[in-house]
Design a protein around this ligand. Structure first.
Ligand code: GDP
Ligand code: IMO
Ligand code: MG
Length: 426
């Protein structure tokens, strides 16, 4: 029987999912993206090279690993081909990529509508990546989207024309830039020709791999606190980021996930708008941002930075069924006199121990901190937990005890080699 492991972001994204998925991909037969799209930016570093992936699963560097873009994903055909071409120019075959016939296609009109929606929200804007993610999932739910099977199908021109007429009406109403049918249809047909050979019935493929006893890695994008249902709504993304998303985003069935590895940054970051109780708008926050290179992989926006939030993390563990934790970017915390951890919130004289539903409430939650002594030793080349300075061990032990989930993996640098596995989980 093969194993399956879900690698999931337990915070607001950018926890190091790409690095860790890639690390475990050497033991995988299949790596699957199941939600989101090219709003994701997953950084992978090995052999002194750095790669940034958006739509393509982080197992792509190994030809023997099947990389599947499953039905829950939204795929921008142009961005996908550009990403694939870039990888091919760097020497990777990319002949291991499979795309679900059921995933939805992001068109230019989705990107234009993303921009217009954000503009019309003014100071209430979400701070999206402007990749058309929300409008594409909106069309999927409204049943006016286009699946990959139809994008590469013989009826594409007619269907696209019908769709675009509707979408251009919406764009006109918002004083946006209408999308020209003639120019775009030609480009989309060329893209469809390139993509067609990769399109498969991913549901059959994934379930057959599972039946054959293959090792499967599910690569989450975004973070659990950005989930459309469980996240800090409305400042969320439009997909099911949490573990349930694997089931509806792949068709693997309810028993398809064996272990859930929550990726947790040793502190907290967020890109875009929304409440962030433990945010540090001061020198300490700036120092962490610079040390951790906390700028968006794709959008290059500076990330908001704060102390680790255990209230949010406990919630994340609960909603995902996280069985094991990987603590990343621990090295970034070297050199701070004190390190704080948010252990509860205070809201209108009450103590709150879980994430409130309302973002308005969360905006007014004040963090209650526990303070730890920092460490100065360079930890970027440690190879085991025992080699860590005592204060780093204390920090990890406290988090582990509070969460009651083992920290089986930790990461002390961006490189694949800077990964320490305390207990084999895959
Ligand atoms: P993802 O979206 O979850 O895959 O994460 P990103 O790639 O967007 O952001 C994580 C950033 O941290 C990237 O620049 C990684 O190269 C980097 N990174 C990952 N793990 C570590 C670590 O343990 N230490 C340091 N210093 N950087 C790390
Ligand atoms: P990875 O996979 C961090 C955020 C955006 C915005 C909100 C909605 O690299 O962790 P969207 O474009 O999805 O409609 O934007 O979600 N967001 C991310 N933040 N990491 C990501 O992906 C993100 N993908 C979307 O900044 O706040
Ligand atoms: Mg990222």
């Amino acid at each position: 029987m093969g194993k399956s492991l879900l690698v999931i972001g337990a915070q607001w994204g950018d926890e190091g999912k790409g690095k860790i998925t890639n690390y475990f991909s050497s033991k995988a037969d299949v790596v699957i993206r199941y939600q989101g799209g090219n709003n994701a930016g997953h950084t992978i570093v090995f052999n002194q090279h750095k790669y940034a992936l958006s739509s393509i699963p982080s197992g792509v560097f190994n030809d023997n690993v099947k990389c599947i873009i499953a039905n829950g994903v939204v795929l921008n055909p142009r961005a996908f081909i550009n990403e694939k071409n870039q990888l091919m120019s760097q020497g990777f075959s990319c002949n291991n990529i499979y795309i679900s016939d059921r995933c939805h296609v992001i068109f230019d009109h989705h990107i234009e509508l993303d921009r217009l929606n954000e503009e019309s929200l003014k100071d209430k804007k979400i701070g999206t990546t402007k990749k058309g993610i929300g409008p594409c999932y909106t069309d999927k739910t409204a049943r006016i989207g286009m699946r990959m099977c139809d994008f590469v199908g013989s009826n594409f021109k007619t269907r696209y024309k019908e769709l675009l007429d509707i979408k251009n009406q919406q764009i006109r109403a918002l004083n946006g830039q209408e999308i020209d049918y003639e120019t775009t249809v030609k480009e989309y047909q060329e893209l469809a020709n390139m993509i067609r050979p990769m399109v498969v019935d991913s549901i059959q493929l994934i379930n057959n791999e599972r039946k054959e006893g293959k090792n499967i890695l599910f690569e989450g994008a975004q973070g659990s606190l950005l989930d459309i249902d469980f996240g800090s709504y409305p400042y969320v993304t439009s997909s099911h980021v949490t573990s349930g998303g694997v089931i509806c985003g792949t068709g693997i069935g309810i028993h398809g996930v064996d272990e859930v590895l929550g990726i947790v940054k040793a502190y907290q970051t967020r890109v875009g708008e929304g409440a962030f109780p433990s945010e540090l708008k001061n020198d300490i926050g700036d120092k962490i941002r610079e040390k951790g290179h906390e700028y968006g992989t794709i959008t290059h926006r500076p990330r908001r930075v704060g102390y680790l939030d255990l209230v949010a993390l406990k919630y994340s563990i609960l909603i995902n069924g996280i069985t094991s934790i990987c603590l990343t970017l621990l090295d970034v915390l070297t050199g701070f006199k004190d390190i704080k951890v948010c252990v509860a919130y205070e809201y209108e004289d009450q103590i709150i121990n879980t994430l409130p539903a309302s973002d308005d409430v969360l905006q007014h939650c004040k963090p209650i901190y526990k303070t730890f002594k920092g460490w100065d030793e360079d930890i970027s080349s440690v190879k085991s937990f025992d080699e860590l300075p005592l204060n780093a061990k204390n920090y990890i032990n406290f988090i582990e005890n509070e969460l009651n989930v083992p920290i089986d993996v930790f990461s002390v640098g961006p490189d694949k080699l800077q990964t320490i596995v305390r207990k084999e989980i895959f």
